[in-house]
Ligand binder design. Structure first.
Ligand SMILES: Nc1ncnc2c1ncn2[C@@H]1O[C@H](COP(=O)(O)OP(=O)(O)O)[C@@H](O)[C@H]1O
Ligand SMILES: [Mg+2]
Length: 308
């Protein structure tokens, strides 16, 4: 097949996407596809509009790539692509909206509230409202961002203002969320619509206190334990939550749900990633490996699921 890979892009996660894209390009070539690699730039949409391919593999992360916008363009052009559609992508990118849907579907969610940061002069009002509604510790993060960018754990009310300013650099909206103390779990989901399965749960042990950008992307920045060291019963429950999360947003082909599991075994969902990292050491391919899928086989499965 003739497949275009979109990677790079212009979001805060450009570097990660460059690495994901390289992995995907290599795998597609190894699988004998004819590959066109495109470092995506929204200022050069003609590159996409003029594409003559059988399929587009979106290896972008974050804004313009993971949020439904590029999916929308491809829909208009009637070019098939890998992964979730416009609505599911946009919903998943909006952490707050996605959490409302997860909550309605019985998945535990942490208390949170979204604040509009567009009007900078309102910061003081926002700060007061956060103080009135949240007890420390809590998290302030951009509502639509990834890779832990722009996130602050607030342990003292004096940190709020700076945390809001930090979040504002990535997004016009901040989500304030109660801090959940526990272990970090992530669950890859894949498959045909209605028949998705969860892969083994990954327990993440970051070297830093927080599963931050550095822990995520530097070699040895975190340890992945697969399967997570939790009971079979709890594993099944969390895997079901991950599949429910995927289906409730209407995701397609693959996704990865992030959870924090507390000491009393409540798995709070943080988010669903519709285009999770696809570097050779990323979480999703790592879990796929555990069930005997090579990186190349995993990519080929995504391709096949997308053209059926
Ligand atoms: N409410 C929270 N309680 C505890 N830790 C959190 C919370 N929200 C985020 N984190 C930490 O920050 C990381 C990134 O948050 P997440 O919501 O998954 O956003 P993204 O991965 O899109 O940047 C999580 O993996 C976790 O380590
Ligand atoms: Mg995450």
């Amino acid at each position: 097949m003739k497949i275009a890979v979109l990677y790079g892009g212009v979001s805060g996660e450009r570097d990660v996407s460059l690495a994901s894209g390289k992995g995907v390009i290599k795998a597609l070539k190894a699988n004998n596809h004819d590959v066109i690699a495109i470092d995506f730039n929204p200022n050069n949409l003609s590159e996409i509009i003029e594409l003559n391919v059988d399929l587009v593999f979106i290896a972008l992360h974050g804004k313009h790539g993971e949020d439904g916008k590029i999916q929308s363009l491809l829909e208009m052009l009637e070019i098939p692509y890998v992964g979730s559609g416009v609505l599911a992508s946009a919903l998943a990118m909006d952490k707050s909206k996605a959490k409302q849907i997860f909550g309605l579907n019985g998945i535990p969610i942490a208390k949170s509230h979204v604040y509009n940061l567009k009007n900078k002069s309102d910061l003081q009002i926002t700060e007061a409202s956060i103080k009135a509604n949240f007890k420390v510790p809590f998290v302030i993060k951009p509502n639509s961002e990834g890779s832990t960018l722009g996130l602050t754990i607030v342990n003292d009310y004096t940190q709020i203002k700076e945390a809001l300013i930090t979040a504002q650099l990535s997004d016009d909206y901040a989500i304030v969320e109660q801090f959940i103390d526990g272990i970090e779990l992530t669950v890859p989901v894949k498959g045909e619509i209605g028949q998705e399965i969860a892969l083994p749960i990954i327990e993440i042990i970051p070297k830093n206190d927080l599963y931050d950008y550095e822990s995520k992307y530097t070699e040895g920045g975190s340890e992945h334990i697969i399967p997570a060291r939790i009971s079979e019963e709890l594993t099944k429950k969390i895997q079901n939550y991950a599949v429910t999360a995927h289906q409730s947003l209407g995701c397609k082909t693959y996704s990865r749900a992030d959870f924090i599991l507390t000491k009393d075994n409540i798995p709070y969902i943080l988010e669903v990633n519709t285009l999770p990292g696809m570097t050779s050491t990323s979480l999703f391919p790592d879990a796929a490996n555990k069930i005997g899928l090579t990186y190349e086989e995993m990519i080929e499965e995504f391709v096949n699921l997308s053209i059926n």
